[in-house]
Design a protein around this ligand. Structure first.
Ligand SMILES: [Fe+2]
Ligand SMILES: [Fe+2]
Length: 138
């Protein structure tokens, strides 16, 4: 059976800051491309291309978000940036090992995005969204 991937839901995932919500949505879309490619049995070349795209989006997004946090003096910046680093390291690790041979790659990538969505996005970034909104950003 095909996995449906992640479904972006503005009221659930949105943090009320347009630029960040848009970037999060793009990351979710790219993750869904990765999931579909795994299910379609795509070649490692295609997988690598998609994963490189995901790493690029994540890196750009994390950089953007950290600059915003710093600009607006968000007190949770340090811990949040540490989480970003952990997520990037995980992605790098996937790229070094996962898609050539791991039979559990679908499960691993799903666990990764679930963590990212539930722990990082829904917890830390709701707080960030509220903080930025209190500073007049939308
Ligand atoms: Fe984010
Ligand atoms: Fe973040």
């Amino acid at each position: 059976m095909k996995h449906a991937g992640l479904i972006w839901n503005e009221s659930q995932h949105g943090i009320g800051i347009t630029s960040l919500d848009e970037q999060h949505r793009q990351i979710v879309e790219q993750v869904n491309r990765v999931i579909s490619a795994i299910e379609d049995g795509a070649s490692s070349e295609v997988m690598h291309e998609l994963m490189d795209g995901l790493v690029l989006l994540a890196r750009q997004h994390f950089g953007f978000e950290e600059r915003l946090m710093s600009e607006y003096g968000f007190p949770g910046l340090e811990g949040h940036a540490r989480e970003h680093l952990g997520l990037l390291q995980k992605l790098d690790m996937f790229n070094e090992t996962l898609f050539f041979s791991d039979p559990h790659r679908l499960k691993l990538i799903l666990a990764f995005v679930t963590d990212w969505a539930e722990l990082h996005l829904l917890k830390g970034e709701k707080v960030l969204g509220e903080y930025l909104a209190s500073k007049g950003l939308s």
